[in-house]
Design a protein around this ligand. Structure first.
Ligand SMILES: [Ca+2]
Ligand SMILES: [Ca+2]
Ligand SMILES: [Ca+2]
Length: 256
């Protein structure tokens, strides 16, 4: 910071040119006006990020990066605020002729999110920006709500509103639904893969694997399943087609 004698207006002019440039100084009377105001007290706050709001004693005074002049001598509450960042605050002591300089780093208000999915390897995007594949932990997300999308080929896209809390990790655990798995004839719920091996043994979707699932499967394996369901979800004998071998494999899985 440049030293100058507050009683010497020529020094003040040089100081002003050095600190702020001479583009704003139009004539000597304006210099004198700045000089007199300067003598009443001045603060110059810079911030990272820039253009934050400065409040003195709760009153908005302007943006950071621009000097605030004509501040009465005495103690004042200085606050620097920017949306999404922590507020900087300080009690400052302005005496007549004082200049107070501060460079303030505002800390972003962020939290983390930890995302898992079944199956893993699903693509995650937050507010439309790709962030990687599951399982995934992302830090530095601004507080508040965000739109979360989890997608994987062959599965229905999962979307939800994500709420991020400062300093905390929000957990998201998603079971993705295979595209096209629909309820069998005579049932109301889509089939479920209870042991998460990619094969949907709970054929009637009632949440348990029982003989009723084998019966429903048997009644539909020849015509309805090939025409309506993804083959891979019911290919219990792993030969890439639906046939009686799948009924047999499902029966043996039930009995095991
Ligand atoms: Ca299964
Ligand atoms: Ca069942
Ligand atoms: Ca098969």
């Amino acid at each position: 910071m440049t030293e100058y004698n507050p009683d010497d207006i020529d020094q003040f002019y040089s100081y002003w040119e050095l600190e702020y440039g001479d583009g704003d100084i139009v004539d000597l009377s304006e210099i004198y006006c700045h000089y007199m105001i300067y003598k009443a007290g001045l603060i110059f706050i810079q911030s990272t990020p820039s253009s934050a709001d400065i409040y003195l004693d709760g009153v908005y005074e302007g943006k950071t990066g621009i000097p605030i002049i004509n501040i009465p001598a005495g103690y004042h509450l200085l606050e620097v605020k920017l949306d999404g960042y922590s507020t900087y605050s300080e009690i400052i002591d302005i005496n007549t002729d004082d200049e107070l300089d501060r460079t303030v780093s505002l800390l972003p208000l962020t939290g983390s999110v930890s995302i898992t999915s079944n199956p893993t390897g699903a693509s995650v995007s937050i507010d439309g920006v790709d962030r990687g594949v599951t399982p995934l932990t992302i830090s530095g997300i601004s507080e508040g709500t965000h739109s979360l999308s989890i997608s994987k080929s062959g599965y229905e896209e999962h979307t939800e509103i994500l709420t991020v809390v400062v300093g905390q990790t929000t957990e998201v655990n998603v079971s993705l639904t295979v595209v096209g798995v629909i309820p069998f004839p005579g049932t109301t719920s889509p089939p479920l893969d209870l042991d998460q091996d990619g094969l949907y043994e709970d054929v009637n979707g009632d949440g348990v694997f029982s003989f009723g699932d084998i019966r429903t499967f048997f009644e539909n394996y020849d015509v309805w399943i090939p025409a309506n369901e993804p083959v891979a979800c019911f290919d219990f004998d792993h030969n890439s087609v639906i046939g009686f071998g799948d009924v047999r494999a499902l029966f043996l899985e039930w009995g095991s």
